[in-house]
Ligand binder design. Sequence first.
Ligand code: NCD
Length: 316
Amino acid sequence: MRHLIDPLDLSVEEIDRLLATATDIAADRSRYAAVCTGKKLATLFYEPSTRTRLSFEAAMLNLGGSVLGFATADSSSATKGESIADTIRVISCYADICAMRHSKEGAPLRAARYSKIPVINAGDGGHQHPTQTLTDLMTIRQRHGRLSDLTIGLCGDLKFGRTVHSLIRALSRYENVRFVLISPEELRVPDYVIHEVLEPKGIAYKEVTSLEDSMPELDILYMTRVQRERFFNEEDYVRLKDSYILTPAKMALGKPDMAVLHPLPRVNEITLEVDDDPRAAYFDQVQNGVYVRMALIMMLLGLSGPQIAEQGKGEE
Ligand code: NCD
């Protein structure tokens, strides 16, 4: 049985296949409408979410399956003191696959150890968010036609931003990728990302504080919000929250084919005027998020696609 806890749980070849399936789905979703008939997805969300939970649900519904779950920890038995291990044993009796978001780093990994169904990490604390990464990879490939030979600027809260950690891990496997890590001193990328990912693989990176100075060299600008809920005190958040605001004036410094990504939600870090710039790709990411999650659900359930479903029918 397969789980997706860390982006590196999928090989480069599997990611290629998954993105190819997602692209095929994007071309005509209706062909996939019965691939998951009779299957159930459970969404176990102990932390707030709009896109991730609803895109998982939309993905399963698009595949003809059904969904069940909870959207807040206080509507689950976690408030009664139930452990993750017990909860997942129970959910394994109700559903065929599940997506879990939790404020504790490592919670989905622990769940996977006790689960009888595939577990997908839908975000664990300030750690990883592998399905957002699949969305990001699909969007980068749509914009640039490749995942190699790119200079990627990651800007904002690189310390607590789990989407950043997962994206760096995933992109570190492609040739000639360079990172420009743009953050205030206090929100630099965690040491483990540098010591376990960037340095061992000899990946070119630099840590800088100025977004303007970095703009001209970037193929991708990945903006992030300052993660208020992970701060220890409100004063630090207030001081750092508007460190970077992307405006049309700053966009003018960027390459004509640069793409701006953001996992959303946006707070203040991209002004609304930037939405009209053709280089803004963050709403494409939202759409792609449904397609990659459809492809992922199929992959983890061992379902290959509409052809197989149709062949299966013929054999009955
Ligand atoms: C991100 C997350 O939850 O980590 N949101 C998302 O899933 N698209 C980013 C964020 O909350 O800032």
